[in-house]
Design a protein around this ligand. Structure first.
Ligand code: PAF
Length: 273
């Protein structure tokens, strides 16, 4: 595995490649969810690139940029064992200059749900993904369904800017009890982990109600809130695959999203129905 930290060196490497390139962008602290992305990329591509970059522009003032988990040595080992060909690990200075051009998230879809409480977050995500795509020039890029709004906005950016990359969504990986894997789970105390399980339990309740024939999102939402009580839920939302809000569930075309803060940890989860 090659480890590259300079954008120019990565570009030189990319020019030498002939076969298909699969790309897994990450912020490190790799877990089984990332490994699922790497495995999927390996199956379908000649070469796999993983980036590890804790992107400062997607953190708002007061968020967890400084305490975000950094585990470079373990991550490098995971990439080597996972058969990654190139690990891109740049510094913030290598990725950003001063007073730069930026990508803006769309006015509506970028500022609902996660974007409502984290205004500007998706500008940072889209800007760094655009930079990374331009450096890696992947044939396919792999993203987890857990960050459904991010996945949807990146897919839209690729469409809106006529970018020649296929976005491949990969299912969320969960712990046995249901907690969706996230690098931020390391912040949770044992008691908070128990509380965090309410998110996936609420989503399970939603799926059960749908199987029983319930379609009214207002009814489902109320029951999901009961499952979560007394946890403070930031939102429960029902959208179709194009992220339009739904009053009635549409089987095969609904994403149910939930967000809550457990202690000081911001958690999100969702289910694709
Ligand atoms: O999902 C993430 O880890 C990040 O938002 C991403 C896509 C790597 C951009 O920094």
């Amino acid at each position: 595995m090659m480890v590259i930290s300079s954008p120019q060196e990565l570009q030189v490497w990319r020019r030498s490649q002939r076969g298909s390139v699969g790309f897994v962008p990450t912020m490190g602290a790799l877990h089984m969810g990332h490994i699922a992305l790497i495995e999927a990329a390996k199956v379908r591509n000649d070469t796999v690139v993983v980036s590890i970059f804790v992107n400062p522009t997607q953190f708002l003032e007061g968020e967890d940029l400084l305490r975000y988990p950094r585990k470079y040595e373990a991550d490098e080992r995971i990439c080597r064992l996972g058969g990654v060909d190139v690990l891109y690990f740049p510094s913030a200075e290598a990725m950003y200059g001063l007073d730069e051009v930026r990508v803006c998230a769309p006015d509506v879809r970028g500022y609902i749900l996660e974007g409502a409480s984290r205004p500007g977050h998706f500008d940072g995500v889209l800007t760094v993904v655009m930079k990374l795509f331009n450096l890696v020039r992947p044939d396919q890029a792999y993203f987890g369904r857990k960050d459904a709004q991010q996945l949807s906005l990146i897919t839209q950016m690729v469409r809106d800017f006529f970018m020649d990359v296929e976005i491949v969504p990969i299912d969320t990986v969960r712990e046995k009890e249901g907690l969706a894997l996230s690098s931020r789970n390391v912040y949770l105390s044992p008691q908070e982990r128990e509380e965090a399980l309410k998110l996936s339990r609420a989503l399970k309740r939603c799926a059960k109600l749908m199987i029983q024939g319930e379609r009214r999102t207002s009814v489902i939402q109320a029951q999901m809130r009961d499952v979560c009580a007394p946890l403070h839920v930031n939102y429960i939302a029902f959208v179709n695959r194009a992220f339009k809000p739904l009053e009635l569930l549409e089987p095969q075309n609904t994403i149910v999203l939930i967000s809550a803060n457990v202690g000081s940890t911001h958690l999100i989860d969702n289910i694709w129905l």
